[in-house]
Design a protein around this ligand. Sequence first.
Ligand SMILES: C[S@@+](CC[C@H](N)C(=O)[O-])C[C@H]1O[C@@H](n2cnc3c(N)ncnc32)[C@H](O)[C@@H]1O
Length: 204
Amino acid sequence: MRISDFSLPVLPARLLQLREEATKGLDPAAADDVLALLLALARMRSPSSILEIGTAEGLTAAALLVTCPEARLVSIENDPDRHVRAEQNLAGFGVSDRAELLFGDAAEILPRLRETFGLIFLDGPKAQYIRYLPVLKKLLAPRGVLVADDVLLYGWVRGQVQPPPKRRSIAERLREYLDAVLSDPDFLTFVAEAGEGVAVSVLR
Ligand SMILES: C[S@@+](CC[C@H](N)C(=O)[O-])C[C@H]1O[C@@H](n2cnc3c(N)ncnc32)[C@H](O)[C@@H]1O
């Protein structure tokens, strides 16, 4: 018998179905084990506010809001169709009143945010993580948790697999992100082998 490595809380059947459909897309929702890790951290931290970079269709946002009934969530997406679908999905799960979906480029929106967040899920453009890091650090509440998805990306970042030439700079930028969070004395960071690699950085 194979014992699973994680469990997911009870999520609406429609959300599970949409997640399954999204795995066939270009920018899928977070992998099951990444979502389980993120929801476990959210339960542990009980953040009053959550920030997500890269809403896509709002499926991880919905899972976070269903799992944390007291939390508010701000999420940023620059693809207009996904932004609209996310609005529809969150309305369908009855959590729109606790969500603020912002449409536009995260690099422009992040510096304009004025509140702090107990949990940040960084899941937008991978090459930009290192650029976002200084502003994300300022947006974290004391002892806030920054969760960055896809930081090992197909083995490219640790050099186990050679990235295609066009992807080399993404791998390089992700390596810079990992170096930055791992060497920053303000963070306690753990890189988990969930999905394509998840860096969990807790502000001291
Ligand atoms: C991996 S998907 C996010 C999945 C989502 N977090 C989830 O788990 O359901 C990445 C998303 O980031 C969006 N994105 C890419 N560049 C962006 C940018 N500069 N600003 C905001 N969003 C961006 C993409 O359009 C895409 O929908």
